[in-house]
Design a protein around this ligand. Structure first.
Ligand code: SF4
Length: 331
């Protein structure tokens, strides 16, 4: 791909937009913060609320306790489920443990859960395109374990076995590479020509928008930096998309301290973006790091605008409303 070059020798940063927090992550983080204010610490959170080390550590300092399993939460306490969603069995565990749960599952993940339930009820074999072991995949699979099988990329297509090739539907994890997923779907369609597609995209708007922006940025950059944690699916996919779109090199960094100065040798244009679970302060630190080294000129590359917001989990809204009403009544 031909690169959009900078005027000779001018060091610059191409800053992608949209980047960073998506509506689902924003909602999940605010849910933990509001719960800490409303009920006081500790508030237990099952798994990392979002896949970002900085966010998790900041919430821990405020009194959140992150646990791997619901069984680790003492009876009667409050537990928040992360943006990635949980299987129905986890809700039942919370009830058995007499826990008050707040479900911060992103509404776009809930949509995929509902699709899984519906197609299982209609007795389809459901081919869930996603990454083995990812929390979202575990949660979605738990909705209909006997109907769902995982397809972990194009190389997995040959392994799929179904009961009836005319009653098969594909769904996907929300944070995959759009292009790779379509390659997997094409492979599945060759094997099962009557394969049904979900009613709307499962790969969410935020993943798609961040990939569109990083593609454009990568086409004009020798080096691309994506701020994000190693366990963040959508941040990892952005690095792959940047390399596929023409960047000579692309790295995932948790923060500015992880950038290796040698990556900048011979580089004029640095592309920069961040995954959907990354707070903007971490991008600002990278921009400051680059400015100190001569990359002070920042150009915004924004192929698409984003305005989506989600309301807080219903359990929290109910309690916040009740408290506001009690305060108003008290005068
Ligand atoms: S990446 Fe998409 S699905 Fe995941 S939390 Fe954000 S908006 Fe929701």
């Amino acid at each position: 791909m031909e690169r959009m070059t900078a005027p000779t020798g001018r060091r610059r940063v191409l800053l992608a937009a949209p980047r960073g927090y998506c509506a689902g992550v924003d909602r999940a983080v605010i849910a933990v913060e509001k719960a800490l204010e409303q009920y006081g610490p500790p508030i237990y959170v099952r798994h990392e609320i979002v896949h970002n080390k900085y966010v998790v550590q900041t919430l821990e300092r405020k009194g959140a306790i992150f646990v791997e399993e619901t069984s680790e939460v003492p009876p009667g306490e409050i537990v928040i489920f992360s943006a990635h969603g949980v299987a129905p069995e986890v809700h039942r565990e919370a009830e058995r443990g007499r826990l008050a749960s707040i479900d911060a599952t992103c509404p776009l993940v809930t949509k995929v859960h509902k699709e899984a339930v519906r197609y299982a009820r209609e007795d389809y074999d459901i081919l869930l395109i996603g990454h083995e072991g990812h929390e979202e995949v575990i949660g979605t699979s738990g909705e209909a374990p006997e109907h769902i099988q995982l397809v972990d990329g194009p190389q997995d297509v040959a392994n799929v076995q179904v009961r009836d090739p005319d009653r098969v539907v594909w769904l996907s994890q929300t944070t995959l590479s759009v292009d790779e997923t379509m390659e997997t779907v094409d492979g599945l369609k060759q094997r099962f020509p009557n394969l049904l597609s979900p009613p709307s995209d499962d790969i969410c708007y935020a993943t798609q928008n961040r990939q569109t922006a990083i593609k454009q940025v990568a086409a004009g950059s020798e080096l691309v930096l994506v701020v994000g944690s190693r366990n963040s699916s959508n941040s990892n996919r952005m690095v792959e998309v940047a390399l596929g779109a023409g960047a000579d090199a692309a790295y995932l960094v948790d923060n500015a301290s992880e950038i290796d100065e040698s990556w900048l040798e011979g580089v004029t244009t640095v592309g920069l973006s961040s995954g959907a679970s990354v707070p903007e302060v971490l991008v600002e630190e990278v921009l400051a790091w680059l400015t100190e080294r001569g990359w002070a000129d920042v150009e915004l590359v924004q192929p698409v605008a984003e305005h989506i917001q989600f309301s807080l989990p219903k359990e929290l809204r109910r309690d916040l409303r009740a408290e506001a009403a009690a305060r108003a009544a008290a005068g």
